[in-house]
Ligand binder design. Sequence first.
Ligand code: NDP
Length: 479
Amino acid sequence: MNIQNFINGKLENPISKDWIDNYCPSDGEVYGKIPNSSKADVEKAYQSAKTAFKQWSQTTLEARSRILIKISELLEANLQRFAEAESKDNGKPIGLAKTIDIPRAASNFRFFGNAITQFASESHESAGQNAINYTLRQPIGVVGCISPWNLPLYLFTWKIAPAIAAGNCVVAKPSEVTPMTAYLLGEICNEAGLPKGVLNIVHGLGTTTGQAIVEHPEIKAISFTGGTATGAQIARVAAPMFKKLSLELGGKNPNIIFADCDYNEMLETTVSSSFANQGQICLCGSRIFIEASIYEAFKVDFVEKVKALKVGHPAKNTTKIGALVSKPHLEKVLSYIDIAKTEGGKILCGGNKVVVKGFENGYYLEPTIIEVKTDECRVNQEEIFGPVVTIMPFKTEADVLQMANKIKYGLSATLWTNNLKRTMHFSKQLQVGIFWVNTWMLRDLRTPFGGVKASGVGREGGFEALRFFTEAKNVCIKY
Ligand code: NDP
């Protein structure tokens, strides 16, 4: 099946007629082609967005809101079709796509459809000067949205929904590895009555199509989620052009477990926070630190639970761990397991490829726990982004805080404790953008989302996203 670009409300082949193979992670077969879009396709998408902007930016908030909510409803009505497409394209278990990925994509449109009707700006009465200042928040114009492969539609729409809610028009690129649900989204947008040109989707390689979006002189803002190295490359191109940038990058998040936590709840959640989506979530708690007094007991219980996770074909309802997204990614993750061995890490479980009967060429890997001797080893410092976690004990609060922060990343952290004083202390000391206490991945779309250090710049979510996708202009009126 050939995927096409979505430009000016129409599905189109790439101008160059150049195509890339699309692989199915669960069986390793090519099951379609996607456009290898060039600069010329990006320019066409830009021109379509530019034309649409004149009207869309003047559309009432109510009308914009209605269309976004309609897109949300249509995604919900097409849940099964979208979930199947996402699962096949990415390798994630169908149950996950059905309960998390697609419902969340629908929520993104509903949330920002509602949020835009509540978005307000400030005014300042300048007392004694007979003047009032107010902030006019105007859409930027044409903006670029670039998203990764791990939560394809979920993260794609997390950017697109606030961008168009705020009155911008968009040129967007999903990951070339997982283009399918972005392709299907075009059809839904037309059905919901989104005017042509408001959203344009170009498929292709990061280094050509993605780079062409970032380099385009008239695309004034880039919202990007992906790896830290790619984020740095985008910043190098965009900074001299003074583009607005939102960068959501990699993570290597600590999961800190104290003996005074609710043990069973912690254990259940830690299995998910380690291995959900094959560990391919930027928020996964991949560095697990356990208070020494419960370390041995935790090790036994955790290994037992992880060994019981069923690795299998993503379309099967019983599957808990599906396929990794691509062959190169599987090889990268396996290389870290080798690195762990050379560094003196002990593989407590997993570590091997899994052969699933009938799908022998799929990219399956056992969920893997590595006991490390020091927090400074590579497997504990570098983002693996697969079903691999490290564990090690700690003795004091000060020790674990120091280890949690001694890393280049700063996306999220999880703490398990029932001690309020400790919770407050950690909330202030941890160098992260998102901090969960006695839970993981509990999301409220109104909250600021993003990281510090090498995990990114800027915040998405709620009004933060609407602020990013608008320019603030101060208007001062003397009377
Ligand atoms: P990449 O950085 O490789 O790619 C992300 C997107 O950028 C893809 O669409 C990619 O296209 C595109 N791209 C690649 N090179 C360029 C370039 N030079 N200019 C413009 N666009 C480019 O990340 P992955 O897709 O591998 O995703 C995994 C990474 O994303 C992990 O590091 C993970 O931590 C991070 N992530 C961060 C999140 C956060 O919120 N902080 C959330 C989810 C993931 P293509 O795929 O076609 O090459």
